[in-house]
Ligand binder design. Structure first.
Ligand SMILES: [Zn+2]
Ligand SMILES: [Zn+2]
Length: 310
């Protein structure tokens, strides 16, 4: 792409506000990657899209309030599923308490009672002193019935993931740029299958094939890679990914850039560094040019590396 063409296309932006899985992990050993649970901000076109409402959403909300400087905010929040680490920050999301703001929440039901019930219930006594009705912004909660839909200018595709109680992955696309977000997912393990190069040969490889198609060619993929290969053997069926499998899937899907996400609460910063090194070794062994990093709280990246480099 010429620099003239690239100047007409504005690259989107992605920022990590919470990257930890399961439970917040504040403390000196997690200070580099961060201890807040799942929350990712994506800016594409004019849309502000928030992926999950873990504890990281509190600081995002404060930043949005500062940025808006008194003008009305419109944000969309996509919930992957209703486990604590993906919804627990919502009661602390400041924009929801300001008249005139619009907060559109989307997610699959994920439980029998419905998404509205799940989100409002965590704000009732004895869990929390302020009920959801005191969030005086215009809040809409929509249970997704379609696999694909639009958020303003953004095309959104969703995919059911393999996680206890269910989880939903999202692909956001706009103007030739795309971000995929696959938290809380356990792919079929190539390592355990003993067929690293032939996942399609087994029935349990079906989910992997679906994921590979879902992420194909994405600029950025944010994927649950909670365990290394050794740990994974003791956590089969827990609903989280093994870094080796996630890298193989990202390479097969030819994504540009992979962020390891949903870091295990028992992994300190050095351990996350080791996961990244292992991932990069595997990328090299597979002869791929996939760029791999670990998601890090506060890190901002352009969605389209190719545009950013023009
Ligand atoms: Zn989680
Ligand atoms: Zn979960």
């Amino acid at each position: 792409m010429s620099s003239q063409e690239s100047s007409r296309v504005r690259s989107g932006m992605l920022r990590f506000w919470g990257v930890r899985g399961s439970v917040p992990t504040p403390g000196p050993s997690t200070i580099r990657y961060g201890g807040n649970t799942s929350c990712v901000e994506v800016r594409l076109g004019d849309e502000v899209i928030i992926l999950d409402a873990g504890t990281g959403i509190r600081l995002l909300g404060d930043a949005l309030v500062r940025e808006s400087a008194g003008t009305n905010l419109e944000v969309s929040l996509l919930i992957s599923h209703s486990h604590w680490d993906h919804i627990q920050g919502l009661p602390f999301f400041a924009p929801a308490y300001q008249v005139g703001n619009g907060v559109r929440i989307y997610g699959c039901e994920g439980a029998r009672q419905g998404l509205h019930w799940i989100l409002s219930r965590q704000m009732e006594q004895p869990h929390f002193p302020i009920p959801m009705r005191e969030m005086v912004s215009e809040i809409t909660i929509t249970e997704l019935k379609e696999a694909e839909f639009s958020l303003g200018q953004i095309h959104v595709a969703s995919l059911a993931l393999n996680h206890p109680g269910g989880s939903t992955g999202y692909r956001l696309s706009y103007d030739g740029q795309s971000v995929v977000y696959l938290p809380d997912n356990e792919p079929a393990s190539y390592g355990l299958l003993g067929s690293p190069d032939a996942p399609a040969a087994t029935e349990s490889g079906d989910l992997n094939r679906e994921i590979i198609e879902f992420i194909r060619g994405a600029d950025v993929a944010v994927m649950d890679a909670q365990y290394d290969a050794l740990e994974y053997r003791d956590h089969v069926g827990w609903g989280h990914g093994c870094v080796d499998d996630v890298v193989r899937i990202a390479v097969a899907g030819k994504v540009q850039r992979l962020f390891l996400f949903h870091h295990d609460p028992d992994h300190d910063d050095d351990r996350v560094d080791q996961m990244v090194l292992r991932a990069r070794e595997l990328v090299q062994a597979l002869g791929s040019d996939l760029v791999v990093d670990a998601a890090k709280e506060g890190l901002t990246v352009p969605v389209a590396l190719r545009l950013a480099e023009c």
